[in-house]
Design a protein around this ligand. Sequence first.
Ligand code: SF4
Length: 234
Amino acid sequence: MRTAHDIPIVPDATPAAQSYDENCRRCGRLAAFLDTVRDAHPDYWCRPVPPFGAATAALVIVGLAPGMHGANASGRPFTGDHAGILLYQTLFDYGYASQPAVAGRHDGMQLTGVRITNAVKCLPPDNKPTPAEMRMCNAFLAADLKALPAGGAILALGRIAHDATLRALGMRATALTFAHGAQHCLDGGRLLIDSYHCSRYNTNTRRLTTPMFRAVFDAIADHLRRARAGGERA
Ligand code: SF4
């Protein structure tokens, strides 16, 4: 594991944290795109998708952005997206989720000890936000990460989520290198751990397999267990 307590923090690069805003339209391209998608699918959410799970959860999972017919339709991260199949099954297996699968925003799913969010809150065309949109939305991610308790963990799903997380924490983009399974120590005994995104492409091509994903969750469980034990001794 790379320890990085000496990683330079750039205080003036830390975005001012801003709480989720359902009516945000600061990214003109994304707001206009959502308007067209709403016309085609009036029953879809088609707004910024809020985080799911308690703000003080010890684990925050950061994805990329809502999928067209998944989170953008349901209004809940990874709900209806192919990527949510492996994610929610794994969360259920590790005791974070009350159900192994989702069936819409009002399916009664309860999360315990985990919060799921995205680096970009609005659906981007072709699933590709621009760098400017990533920067624009980063204040919301900063707010999502702000309440992470000491000893907590952040799971970044993919390189873009990793980079957005660093920015939201006020760190240089080059401070920590993304790699599947990489663990990066942060201030306050917090851990950033990387995984390949659990997307349809990655799981179909077996770039990410179920055992690989579970190994990441095993590492998270080990970290949280050690952090809890340390806190109890303190
Ligand atoms: S992507 Fe983020 S900053 Fe841009 S319009 Fe949506 S919520 Fe606002």
